[in-house]
Design a protein around this ligand. Structure first.
Ligand code: GLA
Length: 734
C-alpha cells in the first residue's frame, strides 16, 4: 500500500525527466501547411510518434518542446501515438500494419531510418519518411503531400518487402493519426438508395468506433468514406476546430477511431482488410490509396472551402474548367424509345437551350434486348430494332438539331440473360458452388482479370472510335459484390483474398488507359445514387450523380452534406418530376450543381417552357460563380424551416444566394435577416432576384445599395415564405 502510493507520486516526475532527456536526440519532423502542422518525433528507441497536430507555430524549433508539456505517462512515447502502428510485437494497440512474414511469423516492429522533403512547386511539398523492421526485411515509407495554401494533406504508405519469400499484408492502412483534445465529435453518414448522406454526429467515447464498407463494387451505398471530426466541441460553419477526412479508394474502406486510455484519439484509415489479406512478393511494394484531409480552427465552412479549392485545382478532372448543361431521357422514356422519339428529344433539348442530349439505358443488346433491367447488360451493340441506323446516326441527328450527344454505359456489369454471360461465364464474380445472388438482376464482371479489363476498355474505345463526336459518358454501376470469388484468380493460382483490392486496381487501370487516349471527354460517375464517389475516382470523372432521388426537398439536404466534401462543379443535379414542388423550386435547387434536365419538355405548358428556357440562360450567366466560387452554407435546413447558401466569386464582386423553404408549418420562412458571408465589407452591393417565374414580381427592393459590412453584420432577408418558396438573388458590387 505504502510503496504503491509512493510510486504513483513519483511517476509523473520521472516521466518528465525522461521526456526532457529524450528531446535532445530526437528527430523532429514538422509537416506544415499555411495554418497547420503535424509533428512527428522519434523516441529513445527510435520509434516514430505523432507529438502534435493543430495550428502551426511561428517557430518550428518549439515543436521539440511539445512533449515536455505532457504528463501522460506513455501517451507520447510511441504506444498510442505511433506514426504507423505495427502489430504483433511490443505495440498492442489497433494496428495500421499487420504482416505475416514468409516464415509464418506475425510480429512486426518499425523504427525510423530517414526522411526527406522535396518541393514539387511553391505550393506542394512531399515529405517521405522511411521506417523499417529491425529484424525482418520489411520497410514502410510514409508519404505526406501537403498543399500549402489549401491546408490539405494527402497521406499514403508504401510497404516494401525484401524477404526471400512472399509475405502477407493482413492490415495495410493509408494513414495513422493521433489527436489530443478534450473531446471528439464524429459526424459520419449513412444511407441507402434514394436516401443518401444522412449525417449523424456522435461524441466518441473510450474504445473503437469503426466506419467501414464491405460492399465491393459500389462500396459507398450505405456509408461513404468521408467524415467530419470536431475537437473539444462540435464545430459550426464559422467556429471550432474541425478535420474533414476522406479516403480516395473506390472499394471497401475502413476507418478506426479509437479513444485511448488517456482520452486521446487514434485514427487509422485505409482499405478495409476484411477478407483482403494481400500477398506481397519478394522485392515488390504495395502502395496504399490516399487519405485526404484538411483541418481548420475556424469551422466547417473554411475547411470545406479549402477542400473544394484543392479538389478543383489538383484532383477532379477538369475541376477548374467548365461543364455542359444537358437533357437526359431516363425518366422521360425509360427503356421505351426509338430513333424518331429520340430525334424529337434532341430538338426539345435545343428548344430548352441545353448543350447536350444524354441517351440513357436501353440502347443496346439484340439476342436479349435491353427493354427492361432484366437482360442485355454486357452486350454493347446497338439494338437494331430501336436504333437501326446505330449510334453514329444519332450523333449526327443531335448535331443537326444543335446539341451534342452523350451516352450511358454500365460496363462493369452483366445480366445473366446476356450473350456476354453465355460466352464468358468465368468473367463473372460468383461463388461457383453457391447460387448466384443478384442486385438489380445483375452481377459485377471480374475486373481483377486482365481480359475483362480489356473488354471494359474496349466497350468505351469502340464507342469513341466509331463516334468521334461523342461528347459525354454516364458511367453507371448498380450492383454490389456478393459471393466474392474470382475464377481468374483461381486459375492463375493467385489468392482469392486479392479480389476486392484487385478489382479496384483493375478499374483504375481501365480508367487510366481510357484517359490516356481520351483525356478530356466529360464523364459522370453514377451508381444508382451516391453509391460511388471518392477522390481517386474523380481523377477520371468530371462529375458524379449524388442520388437517384431528385426530389428537390431531399436534394437540398443531400447536396448540403455532399458540399462538405465535393464542390458544386462536380455534383450533377437534374430537374425531374420527383417531388411535389413547383418547377421553379425544382429548377432553383438543380441550379446549385451542374444543371441538367430529365423531364418531358413537350409536356411543359407555355409558361413552364418559357421559365425553363430563361432558367438555362440565367444558369449560364451564374454558373461561373457556382462552379468556381467559394461556398458559404448560411442557414442549415436541419435546424431551420428554410435553407440558404451563397456562392461568391473569388474577387467578391459577385455572389449568388440560394434560399429554399423546407418547412411547411404556418409562418415558416425567413422573418428576420441572416448574416451573409464571403463579401467585401468595404464594397457596395446591389441585390437582384433571378429566375423569377413568368408574370411574378420580386419582393426585394432592388434599387437599394448595401455595404458588404451591412450585409455581413445586420444581414439580409430574401423573403422566403410559403408564397416565395425558393429565391435566387444575385449580389453584385457596384
Ligand atoms: C441507375 C441510374 C439512373 C439510370 C438507371 C438506368 O439507376 O442512377 O440515373 O441511369 O440506372 O438503368
Amino acid at each position: 500500500m505504502y510503496s504503491a502510493l509512493r510510486l504513483s507520486f513519483l511517476l509523473p516526475f520521472l516521466f518528465l525527466i525522461t521526456k526532457n532527456s529524450l528531446a535532445q536526440n530526437a528527430v523532429t519532423i514538422p509537416i506544415e501547411t499555411l495554418h497547420n502542422a503535424l509533428v512527428l518525433q522519434t523516441d529513445k528507441e527510435n520509434h516514430l510518434g505523432i507529438t502534435y497536430f493543430g495550428k502551426k507555430l511561428g517557430s518550428a524549433v518549439e515543436y521539440q518542446l511539445v512533449t515536455s508539456q505532457s504528463r501522460q505517462h506513455d501517451g507520447n512515447a510511441g504506444t498510442y501515438n505511433s506514426a504507423y502502428t505495427p502489430a504483433g510485437s511490443w505495440n498492442v494497440s489497433e494496428p495500421a500494419l499487420q504482416v505475416t512474414h514468409s516464415d509464418g511469423n506475425k510480429s512486426m516492429d518499425l523504427v525510423y531510418v530517414s526522411h526527406k522533403t522535396s518541393k514539387e512547386n511553391d505550393n506542394v511539398t512531399l515529405t517521405s519518411i522511411v521506417l523499417k523492421d529491425p529484424v525482418y526485411a520489411v520497410e514502410v515509407t510514409l508519404h505526406y503531400k501537403t498543399y500549402i495554401h489549401e491546408d490539405v494533406t494527402e497521406q499514403w504508405s508504401v510497404i516494401k518487402s525484401a524477404e526471400k519469400g512472399e509475405i502477407t499484408l493482413n492490415k495495410y492502412a493509408s494513414a495513422n493519426l493521433y489527436f489530443i483534445a478534450k473531446d471528439y465529435f464524429l459526424t459520419h453518414y449513412n444511407g441507402t438508395w434514394a436516401k443518401e448522406m444522412n449525417p449523424e454526429q456522435e461524441q466518441l467515447t473510450a474504445g473503437m468506433r469503426v466506419l467501414d464498407s464491405k460492399l465491393g463494387t459500389r462500396a459507398n451505398l450505405f456509408q461513404p468514406p468521408s467524415f467530419q471530426l470536431s475537437f473539444d466541441k462540435p464545430a459550426t460553419e464559422t467556429e471550432g476546430k474541425v478535420l474533414l477526412g476522406t479516403l480516395g479508394w473506390s472499394g471497401n474502406f475502413r476507418m478506426d477511431f479509437e479513444v485511448d486510455s488517456y482520452h486521446n484519439l487514434r485514427l487509422i484509415a485505409g482499405i478495409n482488410n476484411y477478407a483482403s489479406e494481400y500477398p506481397l512478393a519478394s522485392n515488390k511494394e504495395f502502395t496504399t490509396p490516399s487519405f485526404i484531409y484538411t483541418f481548420s480552427e475556424n469551422g466547417k465552412g473554411e475547411a470545406s472551402r479549402n477542400l473544394h479549392n484543392w479538389a478543383r485545382k489538383y484532383r477532379i478532372l477538369d475541376g477548374e474548367g467548365s461543364r455542359m448543361t444537358l437533357l437526359n431521357n431516363w425518366e422521360a422514356t425509360y427503356f421505351g424509345f426509338n430513333e424518331e422519339k429520340l430525334s424529337g428529344l434532341f430538338k426539345d433539348g435545343k428548344k430548352l437551350g441545353v448543350d447536350l442530349f444524354l441517351l440513357d439505358d436501353g440502347w443496346f443488346a439484340n439476342k436479349y434486348p435491353r427493354n427492361n433491367d432484366q437482360a442485355g447488360l454486357g452486350d454493347w451493340q446497338e439494338n437494331v430494332k430501336k436504333l437501326p441506323h446505330g449510334i453514329g446516326y444519332l450523333v449526327k441527328e443531335a448535331k443537326n438539331a444543335g446539341v451534342k450527344f452523350g451516352i450511358w454505359v454500365e460496363p462493369e456489369m452483366v445480366n445473366p440473360k446476356s450473350e456476354l454471360y453465355e460466352k464468358h461465364p468465368d468473367w463473372v464474380i460468383k461463388e461457383p458452388q453457391r447460387p448466384e445472388h443478384h442486385m438489380r438482376n445483375q452481377l459485377p464482371l471480374d475486373l481483377s482479370n486482365p481480359e475483362v479489363q480489356k473488354f471494359v476498355f474496349g466497350v468505351l474505345d469502340k464507342l469513341f472510335i466509331e463516334n468521334p463526336d461523342l461528347a459525354y459518358i454516364k458511367w453507371d454501376c448498380n450492383a454490389i459484390t456478393f459471393n466474392a470469388h474470382s475464377a481468374y484468380l483461381e486459375k492463375s493460382k493467385q489468392k482469392q483474398s486479392q479480389l476486392y483490392v484487385d478489382y479496384v486496381k483493375g478499374l483504375y487501370k481501365v480508367l487510366e488507359k481510357l484517359r490516356a487516349k481520351y483525356p478530356k471527354v466529360p464523364m459522370m460517375l453514377c451508381s444508382g445514387g451516391g453509391g460511388r464517389v471518392d477522390y481517386e475516382a474523380l481523377k477520371y470523372f468530371t462529375e458524379f450523380w449524388p442520388s437517384d432521388n431528385t426530389d428537390p426537398l431531399e436534394r437540398i439536404f443531400m447536396q448540403w452534406e455532399y458540399s462538405y466534401f465535393y464542390p458544386a462543379i462536380a455534383q450533377s443535379a437534374h430537374v425531374t418530376d420527383w417531388g411535389k414542388q413547383p418547377l421553379k423550386y425544382r429548377t432553383d435547387v438543380a441550379m446549385m450543381g451542374r444543371l441538367g434536365y430529365d423531364i418531358v419538355v413537350s409536356h411543359l405548358n407555355e409558361k413552364d417552357l418559357q421559365f425553363s428556357q430563361q432558367a438555362v440562360a440565367t444558369y449560364n450567366s451564374i454558373k461561373d460563380v457556382v462552379w468556381h466560387g467559394d461556398l458559404y452554407r448560411l442557414v442549415d435546413p436541419k435546424e431551420n424551416s428554410y435553407a440558404s447558401l451563397l456562392f461568391s466569386s473569388k474577387n467578391k464582386d459577385r455572389a449568388i444566394l440560394f434560399s429554399y423553404l423546407t418547412g411547411n408549418r404556418n409562418g415558416d420562412g425567413s422573418d428576420t435577416p441572416f448574416r451573409l458571408q464571403g463579401l467585401d465589407p468595404a464594397k457596395k452591393y446591389k441585390v437582384k432576384e433571378l429566375n423569377l417565374y413568368p408574370e411574378t414580381k420580386t419582393a426585394l427592393k432592388e434599387d437599394q445599395v448595401y455595404s458588404g459590412e451591412f450585409l455581413m453584420t445586420v444581414g439580409f432577408n430574401p423573403a422566403v415564405s410559403a408564397r416565395r418558396t425558393s429565391v435566387i438573388v444575385e449580389i453584385s458590387a457596384q
